[in-house]
Design a protein around this ligand. Sequence first.
Ligand SMILES: [Mg+2]
Length: 402
Amino acid sequence: MLSQRITEISVTPIPARYPHEIARNAYNWGHGSIGIEWLVRARTDGGVEGIAINKGHLGAIGRDGSVADAMNLLEAVFLGKRLEELLHVSDGRVTGPTKEAKRAFRGQGWMSILAYDLVGRALDVSCVDLLGGKKRDRVDAYDTTLYFSDLNFPEKGAAMVAEQAREGFHAGWRQFKIKTGRCGRWMNPEAGARRDIEVIHAVREAIGSDAKILTDGNFGYRGRLDLLETFIRETQPADVYWLEEMVPPSVEDYRAIRNIQEKVGSEALLVCGEVDPDPISDVYVDMMEDGLMDGYQPDIVRHGFSRWNEIEEQLDRYGVRSQPHCFHNGVFGTRASLIWGAASDSFITIEDERCAPSVYKPDDFTFENGSYTVAEAPGLGLEVDEDIFQSVYVVNETKISA
Ligand SMILES: [Mg+2]
């Protein structure tokens, strides 16, 4: 079964529509209303199709690849290859990438997810099983779309963010991540911290006492631990579940945050690491050794399943939880996180961009009351709807074959 060869690969940009415009965060200008999933479809001579999105040179902001580069790389790594040349499988589990694939997956982690999907479908088993088996039947997800919309709608202010949270609550989400760090770049520092606090309370009011509030500072409190202390103290009544990247990683600053937490009685998790280019970098290991990090967040699609297996092994030694970042990954990314989360012991919750249905068929991984069902399906269980693909998206498809 794994002797099948990959004979055709295509790349197609698929618009990924957010539930509302994604406004600024602490450092960037916002992401607009539409992202892109660079859908990669790989087909074998055995009639199997695997999919992924290219988050290497085509994926995220600030990188300068091209479709031509992507096709060259896909040709070199996948075209004409047998599936057994990509991953080693033993007793229904992937034991690791082959030596050759490992090199490619290290730089282009998303490719390992494509390999898992192909192998899962060829063997008719779920990627959850390939990753070690199901640890939970449902996987929680959080709404990650609450940015600085108060700055785009000054007449509404904090109520604008609360309004978007209320919409997410009505759509079924029960966990909400609120961007903070207005003090860093876009506002006078004291006024920015004050607005951050106001927004947290406005959202708590909008979503009720049972929903979870997470917050992400995108380093906006860099050099302002005094304002961060005010933020943590004054949001204490709103019961913040985690504090993400309030300041850049540093043993000294994270120890100071722990001290602040102790002083004000905050039990929020400290999570970070999405910016780590080569996980797990030394500063994060130092923080883990000192018990200063609770969850670690390199991107699930950028680094892929093979790399995340290595990361999780290391995190487990320190009792730090896997909490992969998942933004600019669209509908595909939510599924990749779901599959990873279903198979991980320590996973907390999916970062969900809540992108509208697009090129994929509806399936049994349904969302209800804050979590997704882990359905039984081969590979990632995510299927391209060929009718929709042909009628809408094929016009932008680039294809190579062996
Ligand atoms: Mg973040």
